[in-house]
Design a protein around this ligand. Structure first.
Ligand code: KIV
Ligand code: ZN
Length: 535
């Protein structure tokens, strides 16, 4: 096994797998590919691109990321697999074309999971781990094993499971606090004890210890950092901390804690921190999950100083109230103000600074929208441009496209909306409906045309910048009947009814495009699917 550089914490990004498990965060394969490209630019060491056995779409998306982002100088591309033969084989199909593929297999090891989820004894669990890791290792040189719910697993059994996984060929041991149960002090002790006591996996063995924490008690970052302090050299994280329930550890918080306190953590990461804000914005736009303004590092207020005494200190020296500069994490300090007199070149240059290389027709399209916005609101900010880009280029496949919308509303008469939608085959449909307000009327008109029943489970609107002429951003989440799956959509426009309609149509298109828009889950479970003995 290769030697481990103890000075580096590897950043394992699971935005496309655990992050995508956030309600409504379903991403199209094009969006996944773009996020993966951005993660590579950000410098993550490993991308967990998905759970290939979950559906044929997930498999195809992982394959695409493996082929297009998994280049020799790019990140390791990893897929997740339950400890069952079918998942592991499908996972290998997903990642094998990457220059550096990894299979990540897992099994619940806590007594709670063994008793209630898989119905296995500890002995049976060890047998499943033996077969799964051996199979994975027969296919791929890089194998990660996770004893799921490690935070509630008997530490002695954890040592046994990890030792067995290493014996069967695991190269990374990832210790997940699946339900966000542990506290930093005890988690540090668990990791230190595992490293010291797991046969074949101590310092110098070549095995990499990893931590994967959930945020149910708001402790995910603290627990991850405690694990790193105790010797873990891989951190599993997501952008903006999105993920199951209360989410995962956020990449930006762990990376900036290590960067800001190098002498305390005595280690570093390979992350290009200047790409953090852009990546955060991309993930937020594509998933429709807003970043709260007070979110560390990437929230809109993370570097805003309101109190007079703070502003006074900042004017004297930024170090009085800032522990890192906003530019270090990619907040732009551009002095270039774009407005209605700015030309195509200025726009193109600003977009390039923001990381978007847009030319030709696409540039013309953005320029037209930029001009319309600049006419209305004098100065166009970076946030406005990012919202325009997200709105123009990052929706799902347009099965129905909005051509026009007209609404009448107010206190007299019934709010009415007329929509003109164009289908992929070019057919144009015009339809009108009434509702309790202009958004309701528009959504009803769309529903009558697309005939894809759903419930609107979330609708939010906010302005990208301050001022009466600001761009409005709308995100929605809809759910088909009898399904736990939900679909998000995003739209931006100076007219919030238009933004609302774009967001809704994006979510509807995403729902229709998802095969049969039913549940997405792999067949069988760990208890019933048997792994054949691998010779
Ligand atoms: O939270 C968890 O336990 C997981 C595993 C699959 C690593 O996501
Ligand atoms: Zn998880």
């Amino acid at each position: 096994m290769a030697t481990v550089d103890e000075n580096v914490v590897r950043i394992f990004d699971t935005t496309l797998r655990d992050g995508e498990q956030s309600p409504g965060a379903t991403l199209t394969s094009v969006e996944k590919l773009e996020i993966a490209r951005q993660l590579a630019l950000l410098g993550v060491d490993i991308i967990e691109a998905g759970f290939p056995a979950a559906s044929p779409d997930d498999l195809a998306a992982v394959q695409r990321v493996a082929r297009e982002v998994g280049t020799p100088d790019g990140p390791i591309i990893c897929g997740l697999a339950r400890a069952v033969e079918k998942d592991i084989l499908t996972c290998w199909e997903g990642v094998k074309d990457a220059a550096k593929p990894r299979i990540h297999t897992f099994l619940g090891t806590s007594d709670i999971h063994l008793k209630y989820q898989t119905g296995m004894t500890r002995e049976q669990a060890l047998d499943v781990i033996r077969r799964a890791v051996t199979l994975a290792r027969s296919l791929c040189e890089d194998v990660e094993f996770s004893p799921m719910d490690a935070g509630r697993t008997d530490p002695l059994f954890l040592v046994q499971a990890c030792a067995l996984a290493v014996e069967c060929g695991a190269t990374t041991l990832n210790i997940p606090d699946t339900v966000g149960y542990v506290t930093p002090g005890e988690w540090g002790e668990v990791i230190a004890q595992l490293i010291a006591e797991t046969p074949g996996a101590g310092i110098g063995s070549g095995v990499i210890w990893s931590v994967h924490c959930h945020n149910d008690l708001g402790l995910a970052t603290a627990n991850t950092l405690a694990g790193i302090k105790a010797g873990a050299r891989q951190a599993e994280v997501t952008i903006n901390g999105i993920g199951e329930r209360a989410g995962n550890t956020s990449l930006e918080e762990v990376v900036m804690a290590i960067a800001t306190r190098p002498h305390y953590y005595n280690t570093r990461t390979n992350i290009n921190t200047r790409e953090i804000v852009k990546t955060s914005r991309m993930v937020s736009n594509y998933t429709g999950m807003h970043v709260q303004p007070n979110k560390a590092i990437v929230g809109a207020n993370a570097f805003a100083h309101e109190a007079g005494i703070h502003q006074d200190g900042m004017l004297k020296h930024a170090s009085t109230y800032e522990i890192m500069t906003p530019e270090t994490v990619g907040w732009s300090q551009s002095k270039l103000v774009l407005g209605k007199h700015s030309g195509r070149h200025a726009l193109k240059a600003r977009l390039q600074d923001l990381g978007y290389n847009i030319e030709g027709d696409a540039l013309n399209q953005v320029f037209a929208r930029f001009k319309a916005l600049a006419d209305a609101k004098k100065t166009v900010t970076d946030a406005d441009l990012q919202a325009l880009i997200a709105d123009e280029f990052h929706g799902p496949e347009e099965i129905f496209r909005l051509e026009d919308i007209q609404v009448t509303c107010g206190t007299m008469g019934m709010p009415t909306a007329t929509v003109k939608l164009v289908q992929t085959d070019g057919e144009t449909i015009i339809h009108a409906a009434v509702g309790t307000g202009p958004v309701h009327a528009s959504y009803r008109a769309i529903d009558d045309v697309v005939k894809a029943p759903n419930e609107l489970v979330e609708y939010s609107v906010h302005s990208v910048t301050e001022g009466i002429a600001a761009l409005g951003e709308v995100t929605v989440r809809i759910q088909p009947p009898n399904s736990e799956r939900s679909f998000g959509g995003y739209g931006a426009d100076a007219d919030i009814v238009v933004a609302s309609v774009k967001a809704y149509l994006a979510a509807v298109n995403r729902m229709i495009a998802a095969q049969g828009y039913g549940e997405r889950k792999p067949e069988g479970d760990a208890a019933t699917v048997e792994i054949k003995q691998v010779s």
